[in-house]
Design a binder for this molecule. Structure first.
Ligand code: NDP
Length: 674
């Protein structure tokens, strides 16, 4: 019997009086005990806020991203132990890949996005500065800083590892400590994963605490710096959302709850089209993976009226090949539901669906698969319904049987299909199998607002498509209305759920210092030495080099034109250039100006500048003609250390003419030795 502990205030706490028994999904016998530990939730919140939060906030985004990567590696090396435990949840080895490897993969993606898309700093800049005054002495900048509270994660039973890690990755990247409350039915797997993370020594004290069992008065103690992120049933979400302190203190509440996801077979996807086979394969996978216990699972299969018979026949033929049984056996394709209780819940929902749809596949009399055992098991075979009047149906659009259950529905045209999809009242994902862009566009316009994700698959993408049911760390996971109204992941968007956006207003000097990024108008620093002779660490933000000026001649323009082959009329033909409303006559090539700029600012000797790695946000603002003189201002805008040997320097570059008018502006990226 596993004693599932909670982790609070730096110590493990064994189950206490009133602990719940947890049963194996496979043989129904008791395997673990959880809950009932005497936890002081106020002390846990205080510990997270006073110890975990400050330690995490001291780190930069890049430090935290590196921490996520190291955690992912650490868990990756120990995942076999998590696989071994997870079989008792009814999951097969393939299901473990979704849950355990999927969770670790999510940490890796956030680690990498954190280092590529967030600064090596403490403050996130949300967009460019806003000019709020005529001469630029007063400007605005939206920033985001970590919330100073705690993220309370309440997770569903179906993904004990991924469900935790997909929430922890953006939370830790934001710099916020977490208290995780896993669903009791599978909390022994989550606890094992938490033990690994804590034993790794990679997390600061107070960053992660675990509550197995009830949350007591935890939610009553939250305030406006805290966030609740919930996954589970709509009923529980509604109940928790109504906690008075959550409304009174404007506690952020992110909910991701049951959703009647739909999949549409496109009108063009006839049985001879590849899209038909792709659809059938994905639908069977969605019905059977995790025994259908996926928040994104396809519950409603929308089929063109004229294709309903072949679609049903193909699905039935494939579902008949699914072997159900002990998930530890290699030939098992589908395991069990999490528990005998969940099985009863699914059977009750099957009865509801049966009131308005015909069961076309699935024999409920074959359920006692491990009949030799006396304990109740949790196996349910795949069940396929067909509902011939989906417009009149009610249960088919609102009853989520959280198991291997789906309902076929005929539709007339894509507008009708969208209408039926939308009857789900908001879902996490809807998918479309078509090779016709018109069909896809029509569906996006008529049902995009009802779904958090639209997945379109066809012969061009099938080989690499990640699947209707796979939420990806890069993409938003969540949905409107019935799906909970929340959003998770979505790349850096997910990190922002744990940060506060603040509009900072002040002088450019203030904004530069706060954002750790120089902006035009802030003080410029000059040194005797050329900035290209100074190492990454020696360079200061705002350090500026002003070049000499250089006259641009007609010979320069013609030489450049013939040398590069760019003899575009605006550079070579005075008459034609004059007829163009943008030019006063022949003008210098923009790329000639960039080349001259480099010639004006580089310091040619070998030195700390290792490479020019790119150029961002280039704008040509005013034409340059023969006879004009240009000069360059080069300023260190931002520095990002990449490793022990070099870092990236982002330079703000401005080209001006003899009248000090800006003719071009851009950001130059170089790699500089430390
Ligand atoms: P629940 O809504 O019952 O539980 C979800 C989480 O909330 C669990 O961690 C649960 O803990 C916790 N919880 C329940 N009551 C409270 C409370 N009063 N205070 C604090 N936390 C609480 O969902 P289940 O996991 O049991 O699944 C039930 C149904 O939810 C499924 O049949 C399915 O329809 C739906 N579901 C939807 C998912 C989705 O993502 N769309 C995912 C999983 C489930 P505990 O386990 O200890 O009760």
């Amino acid at each position: 019997m596993i004693e599932v502990n909670s982790f609070a205030l730096g110590g493990w706490h064994a189950p206490g009086a009133g602990a719940s028994l947890i049963y194996s999904a496979i043989h129904g016998r008791e395997i673990a005990r959880a809950g009932g530990a005497a936890l002081d939730f106020q002390d846990m919140l205080d510990h997270a806020k006073s110890v975990g939060g400050p330690a995490l906030r001291k780190l930069t985004f890049h430090d935290r991203a590196k921490m996520l990567k190291a955690l992912a590696q650490y868990l990756g090396e120990r995942k076999q132990a998590l696989y071994d435990l997870s079989f008792d949840t009814g999951a097969t080895q393939k299901d473990h890949l979704i849950d355990i490897d999927g969770g670790i993969g999510t940490l890796f993606v956030f680690a990498s996005k954190g280092r590529r898309e967030l600064p090596d700093a403490h403050v996130y800049l949300d967009g460019p500065p806003e000019l709020l005054s005529r001469s630029g002495t007063f400007q605005g900048q939206h920033i985001a800083t970590p919330l100073q509270g705690v993220a309370v994660h309440i997770n569903a039973y179906n993904f004990p590892v991924w469900g935790m890690l997909e929430k922890l990755a953006p939370t830790f990247l934001a710099g916020v400590p977490a208290i995780v409350k896993p669903a009791t039915a599978s909390c022994y797997v989550t606890e094992a994963c938490v033990r690994m993370m804590l034993e790794s020594g990679l997390l600061p004290d107070g960053a992660l605490q675990l509550v197995c069992g009830r949350t007591g008065d935890l939610l009553d103690r939250l305030d406006g710096q805290d966030v609740v992120s919930f996954t589970g049933s709509a009923a529980t979400a509604t109940m928790l959302r109504a906690t008075p302190s959550i409304a009174q203190n404007s506690v952020r509440f992110i909910a991701e709850q049951d959703s009647l996801n739909g999949a549409v077979l496109g009108p063009d996807a006839t049985p001879d089209a590849l899209e038909f086979d792709i659809f059938i394969k994905e639908a069977v996978r969605e019905i059977t993976a995790k025994a259908g216990q996926k928040c994104t699972g396809m519950r409603r299969l929308l089929i063109p009226e004229n294709l309903i018979d072949p679609a049903r026949e193909a699905l039935v033929a494939k579902l008949a090949t699914i072997t159900i049984g002990d998930p530890r056996h290699e030939d098992t394709r589908m395991g069990a539901l999490i528990s005998a209780d969940q099985k009863q819940d699914v059977l009750a929902k099957i009865s509801k669906l049966e009131s308005e749809a015909e069961r076309v596949f699935g024999d409920l009399t074959t359920m006692d698969l491990l009949g030799k055992d006396t304990a109740p098991d949790a196996f349910v075979p795949p069940i396929l319904f067909q509902c011939n009047n989906p417009d009149a149906a009610v249960e088919a659009h609102r009853t989520e049987a959280f198991g291997p259950v789906a309902t076929l529905m005929p539709y007339r045209d894509i507008e009708h299909a969208s209408h039926l999809l939308n009857k789900g009242g908001g879902s996490l994902v809807a998918s479309l199998f078509t090779h016709d862009v018109g069909t896809a566009k029509a569906m996006v316009m008529s049902s995009g607002a009802f779904h958090g994700r639209l997945y379109i698959n066809n012969r061009d993408s099938a080989k690499e498509a990640t699947g209707h049911g796979s939420p990806l760390p890069h993409m938003v996971h969540g949905g409107p209305g019935r799906a909970g109204g929340g959003e998770e992941m979505g790349g850096i968007r997910g990190v922002m759920h744990y940060m506060q956006r603040t509009a900072i207003q002040g002088s450019p000097q203030m904004l530069s210092a706060i954002g750790e990024t120089w902006i035009p108008g802030a003080p410029e620093i000059s040194h005797d030495a050329h900035p290209f002779t100074r190492t990454f660490h020696e360079l200061d933000l705002g350090e500026t080099f002003n070049s000499d000026s250089r006259k641009v001649t007609l010979e320069d323009i013609e030489h450049f034109a013939h040398f590069t082959g760019d003899t575009f009329y605006a550079h070579m033909d005075e008459e034609a250039a004059k007829a163009n409303p943008f030019f006063p006559g022949r003008v210098a090539h923009g790329y000639l100006l960039l080349s001259f700029a480099a010639g004006l600012f580089v310091q040619p000797d070998p030195g700390p500048v290792l490479a020019n790695t790119g150029l961002d946000n280039l704008r040509f603002m005013k034409p340059v003609q023969a006879g004009d003189a240009i000069k360059v201002r080069l300023t260190v805008k931002r520095k990002t250390l990449r490793n022990d040997e070099y870092g990236e320097v982002r330079w703000h570059v401005t080209l001006t003419n003899q009248d000090d008018d800006t003719v071009a502006e851009y950001e130059l990226l170089t790699m500089n030795a430390v």
